[in-house]
Design a protein around this ligand. Structure first.
Ligand code: ATP
Ligand code: MG
Length: 569
């Protein structure tokens, strides 16, 4: 392809609306343009990259035995009413009525449509298992579309759904998808981890998120430095090693702590460490107050707390001062577990603490030497806190690291949630009607491109992993008016094209400096330059975008060297 003929509207300045680097670079390199909030056009280079990701996804899904189909984007409300999600899904579901006043929506995901298709067309265990996928534009009316392709309203997703006759079969399919996802993201050239995820309200039995590691990721994840363990914060189990031998339990003692409310202020005033204090927080769970006890330096993990209480996170919030006073008759800051009449949940770490400080339940006072089960007894003691890098790996005991990731894929074992709701059944080998056992498997294709850039860039631009780069080689004709240089560049271009290498020939009448800048910005893995060195010494230069290493060699050898470089990776 010729640069001069492609639509590549590069920008010199960073657009002010773009906060994250992938968004900035995708705009600057002319890969995408915004149409309206969260809605983008994919220009030729952006689409080329997306197609590369799609191709890898297709190959690996097909290899794992899945079949491609394409489902409608417009979906009837009736199906969503059957699953119960017409009410539950919330405003992200873009709803509308057609000319016949039929309520419809734009598909944010396709569990309903595929389950309907299968219930109408598959009737026997003999036709199972089935694993079906599509690559399609999804619409979610995100409240805060942002970061370009990272969180759009319209975006490209691969979504797959499996139907099995038995639990074992469904588990095997899940494992196959897990492996396929590993291959997909490895082949994309990305550093990633599969993390255990919370199954939340979908209510599946297990789930993994695939996270591309990048400092700019929205999600914090915890990974073990010594084994493969990785989990998101909601799911990361905090180990509670057995308590060391308890010291003598001291008598409780009330002390004045005038005006000291925050953990830092109280502990500083008392000359103790935050880990020697137990804080008492109040949450409103479905508008009813509950107290949560936690070591002073620990934080609540809201999803763990919601799960422990059996409520949805949307119905859980930290109580306001007024709620706290109404529920406990104590001003916030001095609250303690003794004498509370609301339900009390304690984090497991408390079982390892002795003679700690708590609020006295009275303004300006705290208690020293409080002890669990001697002075107060919580209704529930369980893991409620955010894991920290001081915790040990729950799998191997190794040390942990908190890092950031971008969710590019998500796999779920759904079980019979949708098949039961939609009455999608088959006859098993005994002739008994059974609901299909389902799984669902998503990949954010357009988000994967953004994540690849978040992970791979420098101050000059993007650095695409070779397998997903829009072109493998950018060939710079540094002097289009010079006949010898142009002839050499054209010859090389032909040679590479015949060898099946994807080359973008920069034939524009621009200064070398601006061609170098654009080549770096576009992030194409190999930059080949035909210019002054060729006129003077017959040499062509090859530069590796990621390492910056340069190689000079005669024109006659350049073609085969480039082919070897591209193929060997
Ligand atoms: P998130 O938690 O980021 O909102 P999700 O859990 O709602 O995502 P899924 O329903 O699991 O997303 O969708 C499958 C995949 O689609 C996600 O792993 C992600 O890569 C991608 N995806 C989801 N929402 C968006 C979006 N608004 N823009 C781009 N990609 C998205
Ligand atoms: Mg998800």
């Amino acid at each position: 392809m010729l640069f001069s003929q492609l639509l590549i509207p590069t920008l010199k300045e960073t657009p002010s609306e773009a906060e994250v680097i992938s968004h900035q670079l995708l705009l600057r390199a002319g890969f995408i343009r915004k149409l309206s909030s969260g809605i983008y056009s994919y220009l030729p280079l952006g689409l080329a990259t997306i197609r590369k990701v799609e191709r890898i996804v297709r190959e690996e899904m097909n290899r794992a035995g899945a079949q491609e189909l394409l489902l409608p984007m417009v979906q009837p409300a009736d199906l969503w009413k059957e699953s119960g999600r017409w009410e539950k899904y919330g405003p992200e579901l873009l709803r509308f009525t057609d000319r016949h006043a039929r309520a419809s929506c734009l598909g944010p995901t396709h569990e309903e449509v595929i389950t309907d298709l299968i219930r109408l067309n598959v009737h026997s265990y003999r036709e199972l298992p089935l694993n079906l996928y599509q690559i399609q534009t999804k619409f979610r009316d995100e409240i805060r579309p942002r970061f370009g392709l990272m969180r759009g309203r319209e975006f490209i997703m691969k979504d797959g759904y499996s139907f099995d006759a038995t639990e074992d079969g469904a588990d095997a399919t899940y494992r196959k998808m897990h492996e396929a996802y590993h291959r997909i993201f490895s082949r994309c050239g990305l550093a990633f981890r599969a993390v255990e995820a919370d199954t939340g309200t979908i209510g599946g039995s297990f789930s993994h998120e695939f996270m591309v590691l990048a400092d700019t990721g929205e999600d914090t994840i915890v990974i073990c430095k010594e084994c493969e363990y990785a989990a998101n914060m909601e799911k990361a189990r905090c180990q509670t090693p057995p308590s060391p031998a308890a010291p003598p339990l001291l008598a409780i003692e009330k002390v004045e702590t005038p005006g000291k409310k925050k953990v830092a202020a109280v502990t500083e005033f008392l000359g103790i460490a935050p880990k020697e204090l137990v804080k008492t927080l109040v949450y409103m769970a479905e508008d009813k107050p509950v107290a949560v006890l936690l070591r002073g330096d620990h934080e609540v993990q809201t999803v763990k707390l919601a799960n422990a209480l059996g409520v949805h996170t949307d119905n859980l919030r930290l109580a306001e001062d007024k709620d706290i006073f109404d529920a406990t008759a104590t001003p916030s800051g001095y609250l303690g577990p003794i004498g509370l009449t609301i339900p009390v949940l304690a984090d497991s770490e408390l079982t390892r603490m002795h003679n700690f400080v708590i609020g006295a339940g009275e303004k300006n006072f705290h208690l020293l030497n409080a002890n669990l089960n001697r002075d107060f007894t919580p209704q529930t003691i369980t893991d409620l806190r955010q894991i920290t890098s001081e915790d040990r790996c729950p799998t191997c005991g190794g040390s942990l690291e908190l890092t950031r990731g971008i969710e590019v894929g998500h796999i779920f074992k759904l079980g019979t949630k949708y098949s039961e709701a939609l009455k999608a059944t088959f006859l098993d080998h005994q002739g008994t009607e059974q609901p299909f056992i389902m799984g669902c498997y998503g990949i954010g294709v357009s988000r994967t491109v953004a994540a690849a850039i978040e992970q791979n860039h420098d101050k000059d631009g993007m650095i695409f992993p070779l397998p997903i780069a829009p072109f493998q080689v950018i060939l710079l004709n540094l002097s289009p008016k010079d006949e010898a240089i142009t002839a050499a560049a054209d010859e090389l271009y032909d040679h590479l094209g015949k060898a099946g290498i994807e080359v973008l020939l920069d034939d524009r009448d621009e200064r070398p400096g601006s061609k170098f800048k654009d080549a770096d910005l576009l992030g194409i893995p190999y930059r080949v330059m035909v210019g002054k060195s060729f006129s003077e010494k017959g040499l062509v230069e090859i530069r590796d975008r990621s390492t910056g290493s340069t190689l000079s060699l005669p024109l006659a050898d350049a073609g085969s060297k480039i082919v070897a470089l591209v193929r060997n990776q």
